[in-house]
Design a protein around this ligand. Sequence first.
Ligand code: PA5
Length: 437
Amino acid sequence: DTLYFCYKNAQKFIGDHEVESIKPAVLDAAKRLKEKTGDGKDFLGWIDLPVNYDKEEFARIKKAAEKIRNDSDILFVIGIGGSYLGARAAIDFVKHSFYNDLPKEKRKAPQIYYVGNSMSGAYIEELIDLIGDKDFSVNVISKSGTTTEAAVAFRVFRELTEKKYGKEGAAKRIYSTTDKARGALKTLSDEEGYECFVIPDDVGGRFSVLTAVGLLPIAASGADIDKLMEGAAHLREICLNNDFSENPALRYAAIRNILYRKGKSVEILANYEPSLHFISEWWKQLYGESEGKDQKGIFPASVDLTTDLHSMGQFIQDGSRLMYETVLVVEKPRRDFTLKSAENDIDGLNYLSGKTMDYVNKCAMKGTIAAHVDGNVPTLLIEIPEQTEYHLGELFYFFEFAVGVSGYMLGINPFDQPGVEFYKANMFRLLGKPGAK
Ligand code: PA5
């Protein structure tokens, strides 16, 4: 009853001797990660987070979440990249598909809207249209405290909050998650008296979901953050201590590097549950930003299935043979229903009567995997027992540990992101930001 990694559908493409021969490199990379001797060693705080986190702050997060649940109809979560995707992935993973549209008595938590993750004025204006006379709180999240998208959105929502509740009232409804000492957001928060939560120095944005960055919005949705941490702690034990053969993160890192060396330069993460869409978005950031450097790396792509079988299916089956596929398999879905028999079988679907949708979905998945393997797409499986907080904690940790190992095997620093600065310089120059060159 734990996350499981399996590459039986890639065995046609990978010999056992290849796995044996890459093993020393995997173990060496894992050793550098565990002993903190590799590149980016100052950003490895995430390794011990599931067990070694600030318990006082954790309790404060729960208290703030409780207050938000009691006094707010809406929570606006302001952040981008690593300060956004983890919370959204988690809430979608464990909560109702139509969470925001449920009646409040059913949701027992505020609606959650994300903002500050684009530069769209239409998005901001149209989000403001939703507020009406509803009570709301704001969680602004930015490690640097200077990211333009988040800062612009915060300026707008801070003003709205102050207009509705006054300066003092607003200070009780704005929660700020940022660096412990640095950055414009920290200065402003201290000046205004917002409750602050800390993103530790040694945890990079894309590895921060198990800090207040993810935990406050996740807890505000009513999800169980204790279970999330427990699941992550369980996978941490496995990743740090298990031998290669029983270690899903090491095996995943090994197989993706073998495939990369064979010319498979695209990994497609596939899911068969729409509620996993943002897991893929989170994963793309984690893998893309960690590995895509020095003109190297596997390009992380994703598809939602069976939806995208009707759009991208053709390419995966028969287009350029660049890719392998990693399927997120949810063993037991959150909910299911059984198809009934119809009196007249005009639509010809009676052959499915008595079958559950999950049975149909799994047949679609098995059929697709077999077809893609026939089409020379090696397929890896990540089996997730259930969409619970516990198993989500496992999944987050699994992917984080594997990308650290995989990045070291590639010979890059998986914990920096120098490339994301280049566009900013151009944008600031065009905007005439003071001091921009
Ligand atoms: O992983 C990263 O470092 C980035 O994606 C950041 O999370 C993103 O740019 C947001 O940065 P900040 O939290 O400083 O606003």
